[in-house]
Design a binder for this molecule. Sequence first.
Ligand code: TXA
Ligand code: MG
Length: 315
Amino acid sequence: MQTIITESVTVAATWINRGEVVAFPTETVYGLGADITNETAIENIFAAKGRPLDNPLIIHIHSPGQIQDVASEIPETANTFIRQFFPGPLTLILNRKETISPLVTAGLPTVGIRCPNHPVAREFLKRCNHPVAAPSANISGRPSATDWKAVHDDLKEKIRCVLKGPQSALGLESTIVDCSETPPRLLRSGAISLETLRKFVPETRPPVDTEKHVRPKSPGLKYPHYSPSALVKLCGPGYSVCEGEAGSAWIGLSSPPGKIAKTCLCKDMEEYAFRLFSFFRECDREHIKTIFCEMPPAEGIGIAIRDRLKKAAEE
Ligand code: TXA
Ligand code: MG
């Protein structure tokens, strides 16, 4: 299949409305979208990514008013988060409407809902006839795509269209909070931290430490993730001391040791998050064998970076 690359939200929405799979930019990472009412299109998302069918998709909307089209009830805690963080890098898990296809929710009674805060995404979603189901636009297990070229590298000839936009400003996937439970529980860390969520809903619980044999509440969390082809080694207090190696790379907040071929020195944690996945992909293109990653402090978005790094380092 020929993959069309366009900057036109109208062209991209026309393809979605015709039942095709379209990648689009958001402020977190690029998404791989299809019309939630078109089961063939949804199946094509799973096929293009090589994604296991038991991993549900997030539904993307252009305005909070659409939540009632996909969720059966909106508890008060969810309303508080919606008022505060929609549009933005937050996904809410709510009980789903019966009409939502089990392909989207992987048979769960709940649905993930996100309203991106990205002008191109919102204009695009407005032109789509229905909400858009979308996982991150990468081959399953690979780092999420934060620019249209990374999407194209992974998915060209497998999807109909890529809507071109700027590089995703945040660079890490959304924070996921489960509001179908009382009190709500954080399932995945992101740019909005647990501390920030608790300013508005103080009883929000931290993620459950999921053992591999227990089915996690967010099915996707059990799969390997974010991995470049290079070996990822974690450095810093409590982790290895990085000695450097010929042909290796370094990403972190402080200067690398000697013998490093390629360096990504970030001035703060926001820059670290923004550059992480694109640096992983750059390293792969340059056939780097090992990427040393300095663990950032466990605060704010640092918690989300640490979470992604730990998963990327799993063998
Ligand atoms: O920032 C993001 O969230 C990006 C952009 C494109 O919006 N999307 C994204 O999608 O990261 P994905 O599919 O790569 O990750 C979604 C995660 C998966 O771990 C999935 O299992 C979980 O959300 N999820 C989706 N629906 C769920 C539900 N009903 N209950 C629990 N977890 C759910
Ligand atoms: Mg993903």
